[in-house]
Write a protein of this length. Sequence first.
Lengths: 204, 66
Amino acid sequence: MKGVDADIFARNVPGSTERLARAVIGIAGCGGLGSNAAVSLVRAGVGRLILADYDTIESSNLNRQHYFQKDIGKVKVEALAAQLLDINPGVSLDLHKRKLEPGLIPDVFSGADILVEAFDRAEAKRWLIESWCRFFPERPLVVASGLSGIGRCNSLRVVKSGTIYFCGDGESDSNMGLSAARVAIVANLEANVVISLLTGNEVL
Amino acid sequence: MILVNNRDKIEWRDNMTVQDLLNTLRYEYALITVTVNEELVASEDYGRFQLRDGDQVGVFHLAHGG
């Protein structure tokens, strides 16, 4: 990480900052999950993020995604990058404003130690899981499934299978509607899994 | 015996594939992802991936939303 203001991380868990600073994390999708997870990862001290999303910000994103009125109409990866650099000017960011597809995964995320799945559509979640596990079978993948609706606070949890960590309730579907707190909890479950893995802490 | 999600026990049969298991389980979810002994099985392989007696299978529902 270049030009780090060490005071940012003065209250970090002892021993974690150096390990987080060396890490490279991929984030596939910069909507409700990706934007909130990225903010937490940069606040924690992750040194480099690879952000990928083709979309621009709309008013209807502001009920859960980490953007502001002034961002409407902007490219998501660029607006998110501006926020992240405002938190830590020393963070390194690779921005990919493109629609991801299975064949692009090894190219876009080749440098990532861990990938955060932050898509909206379940079909896309599935091809991303299959593509990541085919190209990078040894590297952890953190997936979100089931973050919609309101309530059932204790249903939001992490389930592990091999190198894949599934975050959320595993059931609720976005046709129920989406609420900021529940989406942000699952985004932060994803970030927490990443931070735990990077620092050698128990994940579950 | 096949153990599903560390919870459900399903009788193993000769030549049983992942797809046979999913049919037995009668999952109603449209989109799932499956692991066998902690390794992902691609969805296109469900019909030909043969399970062995004692395999541990994870079936995870993928819900829209992000």
